[in-house]
Design a protein around this ligand. Structure first.
Ligand SMILES: *Cc1c(COP(=O)(O)O)cnc(C)c1O
Length: 393
């Protein structure tokens, strides 16, 4: 049985659910028994343009039948064109490096910040401040950048130096010292509980950091690629960060990470690299994904989907006020705080049984990250199933 094969040969880093999905169409998945599920997870914010997207499949096929990979030692046409597209959509005067994941994009951001500190301030500045409840990745460095004590397990120590954490934005002002090179944050903390920050507070902090010549790194691995309704959450917050990272939704499922910065001359040849990063396959796919999302946003369809999704979610929130304490999130990155962890686990399990996939964030947040292209019918069906699921716990 497949489950036993998986258990025998794959390391157990996830508490895996042994459903065997065989096919997907937009926000609907079908398992091996043809049972259908409405997908409010999009593979944790990845499948931004939906499952089984024919035009993405065509773009990949067209590319792969010619060249899949050639290394970054040579020009990669779709990489250059994707970079241009991302720059234009962002509206920021930045250049970028392509990695393979969010954690790797954040590694790149930290390297840019460290070299900036060394070249501009004679190695005096190297420390990065992040926030408690943040999430920045699973490599040794990004685990350490993640401001959650439980992630800094002694099993993996020693960790790199130079990271410290603040509980709230306001504490950052007094934590900065003359060794601080950067502040790194998510504008909406995803894994931490779908928690957006206040726009005024972020703008004020950004202004302060600029005056102090301290870099602002915005981790948009989850919020980027239209998840909050704008191309970047930084656009929504109307700030100009020094460095922005993206990953999840950019490639619609192919592994791609992006680190972009306005400090275009910090890296020289040899400073950073990646064998696979930005290869023909992933950049051809991402170019098609962002083209589709750009059109979808421009046509007004994304804003409509956001409004409708929020309305349906609000109905659940009001109907089940005995279970939920708060509505959180932005765009198609939404959450409901459950009154406790047990209630949340029961809801997630029941939702699965009813045929709707949902996520957990933080300790007790029900998190919803549907494909951005989810249809009205899929939303209606998904929320109907979620309603049934909650009524049964
Ligand atoms: C998912 C996530 C990461 C890590 O991305 P990986 O691709 O899993 O390495 C980093 N930062 C944020 C904000 C994320 O949501």
């Amino acid at each position: 049985m497949l489950e036993n094969i998986d258990k025998q040969y794959v390391l157990h880093t996830y508490a895996r659910n042994y459903v065997n999905f065989k096919k997907g169409i937009n926000a609907t998945l079908f398992d091996e028994n043809s049972k259908d599920y409405i997908d409010f997870t999009s593979g944790i914010g990845v499948v931004s343009v939906g499952h089984g997207n024919q035009k993405v499949a065509d773009a990949i096929y067209e590319q792969v039948q010619n060249i899949t990979h050639i290394s970054n030692l040579y020009l990669i046409e779709p990489q250059a064109l994707l970079a241009q597209k991302i720059q234009e959509l962002s509206g920021y005067d930045m250049a970028m490096f392509f990695a393979n994941s969010g954690a790797e994009a954040n590694e790149g951001a930290i390297k840019i910040a460290r070299k900036y500190g060394r070249t501009k301030f004679g190695n005096q500045r190297y420390k990065v401040i992040t926030l408690e409840h943040s999430f920045h990745g699973r490599t040794i460095t990004t685990v350490k950048a993640t401001g959650q004590e439980k992630m800094h397990s002694p099993n993996f120590s020693p960790y790199p130096e130079g990271f410290s954490y603040n509980n709230v934005l306001n504490d950052i002002y007094t934590s900065i010292d003359d060794e601080t090179v950067a502040v790194m944050l998510e504008l909406v903390q995803g894994e931490g509980g779908v928690q957006p920050f206040d726009k005024d507070e972020i703008q004020q902090l950004a202004k302060f950091l600029k005056e102090k010549e301290i870099l602002l790194i915005i981790d948009e691995v989850q919020t980027g690629a239209y998840r909050t309704g704008e191309f970047l959450a930084s656009n929504l917050y109307e700030i100009e960060p020094d460095i922005i990272t993206m990953a999840k939704g950019v490639g619609g499922g192919v592994p791609i990470g992006v680190v972009m910065t306005k400090h275009k001359d910090i890296f020289s040849p040899g400073d950073h690299g990646s064998t696979f990063g930005g290869n023909f396959l992933v950049t051809a796919a991402a170019k098609e994904v962002l083209t589709q999302l750009d059109e979808y946003k421009t046509a007004g369809a994304l804003d409509e989907a956001i409004i409708y999704f929020e309305k349906k979610l609000n109905e659940i929130y009001e109907k089940y006020s005995e279970y939920f304490t708060q509505k959180v999130g932005l765009g198609l990155m939404r959450g409901l705080r459950a009154k406790d962890e047990e209630t949340l686990s029961a809801i997630i399990k029941s939702a699965f049984n009813e045929g709707v996939l949902v996520l957990k964030a933080g300790k007790n947040t029900l998190r919803l990250l549907p494909p951005l292209t989810i249809s009205k019918e899929e939303m209606d069906e998904g929320f109907k199933r979620l309603d049934n699921a909650i009524s049964k716990i």
